[in-house]
Design a protein around this ligand. Structure first.
Ligand code: UD1
Ligand code: UDP
Length: 373
């Protein structure tokens, strides 16, 4: 079951690998996201067998959840699958887990065990992943820290499988395709430092989004060699604030959400990334690009501990000074720009499929060495 852009990106390698190895896979798209999801499904040549078409403008969490449960239940009743695979921490993942649980279909959770231990951050994702883990029978944990979270919560060790994160599989596959392309949409320009921005977390709506917008404006004002490129999330709570505050700034380019290959290309050529995204937090260190994570807390501490990512509160001054430190000090930039890949090695999907088929597999071992993927 997939519903949003990040789920589709991270589930696509699993669907591809499972089909390659002869598994009967049916993809159910809740389409909690419409355009963002379709973009990714097209890219990975996935045509969902079931499309619930649930997205509504500015949808509320309760309304979406209620409609998702009802629609998924019908699909589960019709298909009667052996497993339901869910990914991550979205409303789709939570509702699919619950719907499968009610139908007594075993749930396998891809990207299990992530925790901030704070139900308010990220909201409502921390609860969503707890629900998916709680009802899950198989937990594909991306890192040792995620596995330890679940051990501490009393999950039996035999349900925990250290696979790495499938985002690294998707990133590697996409970079391989990009390498075959002749022209780039976002070529690196001499003398220009590119800052890539994304921000869309619900807990930052309102004051937080306005603080981010003011900070971006100040950073762009201060540095003539800097160009900010910001693919703006279509959520109206994000889009309206950013367009009003930053539209027309000569060094800030607000663009529509980019197809995954273009976004990977944009990140790979960046000097710095500012983002509150889960996936981008995992991709930036793998690409060797310093990242400032615009959040109070993170469920992905590994890259912060490795020094590749800095966690910065959603406050104007804090964001500006963290960015200035990296923009003004080349040694600081170089220290952070060490490609590390604590989240995966590109073989997570293969492990997941082996586990589901009861075949032999070797757990993911994070390499302490530099690992530009
Ligand atoms: C959801 C996830 C979040 C994830 C994010 C990825 C939940 C609770 N949150 O948040 O964890 O990080 O997706 O992007 O599941 N919209 C469009 N077109 C689209 C997608 C969204 O117009 O393709 C607009 C719609 O007005 C929609 C709104 O964005 O109602 C919000 O979408 P929703 O899926 O409810 O939440 P996200 O904020 O995207
Ligand atoms: N992404 C993309 N196009 C964009 C912005 C992001 O393809 O314009 C990708 C990004 O590389 C990452 C994923 O979308 O893999 C992250 O999705 P998002 O930030 O929406 O959700 P989150 O990861 O925070 O749940």
């Amino acid at each position: 079951m997939v519903g949003t852009r990040p789920e589709a990106i991270k589930m696509a390698p699993v669907v591809g690998e499972a089909r390659l190895r002869g598994c009967a896979v049916e993809v159910c798209a809740t389409a909690q996201h419409r355009d963002l999801l379709d973009q990714v499904l097209r890219l990975f040549a996935i045509e969902p067998e079931h499309d619930l078409d649930l997205m509504r403008p500015d949808q509320s969490l309760s309304d979406l959840t209620a409609r998702a449960l009802t629609a998924m239940d019908e699909v589960l009743a019709r298909v009667a699958p052996d497993w339901v695979l869910v990914q991550g921490d979205t409303t789709t993942a939570m509702a699919a887990s619950l719907a499968a649980f009610y139908r007594r279909v075993p749930v396998a959770h891809v990207e299990a065990g992530l925790r901030t231990h704070d139900l308010a951050q990220p909201f409502p994702e921390e609860l969503n992943r707890i629900v998916a883990d709680r009802v899950g029978r198989a937990h594909f944990v991306p890192t040792a820290a995620a596995r330890d979270n679940l051990l501490r919560e009393g999950f039996p060790a035999q349900t925990l499988h250290l696979t790495g994160n499938t985002v690294v599989d998707a990133l590697q596959q996409t970079r391989a395709h990009l390498a075959e392309r002749e022209s780039a949409r976002f070529p690196v320009i001499d003398g220009e430092r590119r800052i890539v921005v994304t921000a869309h977390r619900r807990e930052s709506f309102g004051d937080g989004m306005r603080a981010i917008a003011r900070a971006l404006g100040r950073i762009a004002d201060r540095h003539e060699d800097v160009r900010l490129v910001y693919p703006v999330h279509p959520n109206p709570n994000v889009r309206h604030v950013m367009e009003e505050a930053l539209g027309g700034h000569p060094r800030i380019e607000l663009v529509a959400p980019l197809a995954y290959p273009e976004f990977v290309e944009l990140m790979a050529g960046a000097h710095l990334i500012l983002s509150d995204s889960g996936g981008v937090q995992e991709e930036a260190p793998a690409l060797g690009v310093p990242a400032i994570v615009l959040r109070e807390t993170t469920e992905r501490p590994e890259a912060v501990e490795a020094g590749a990512v800095r966690l910065v509160a959603v406050e104007e001054e804090a964001i500006v000074s963290a960015a200035e430190r990296i923009l003004l000090d080349p040694r600081e930039h170089a220290r952070m720009a060490q490609a590390v890949n604590p989240y995966g090695d590109g073989r997570a999907a293969s492990r997941i499929v082996s586990i589901l088929r009861g075949e032999r597999w070797e757990p993911f071992v994070a390499s302490p060495a530099r690992a530009a993927s």
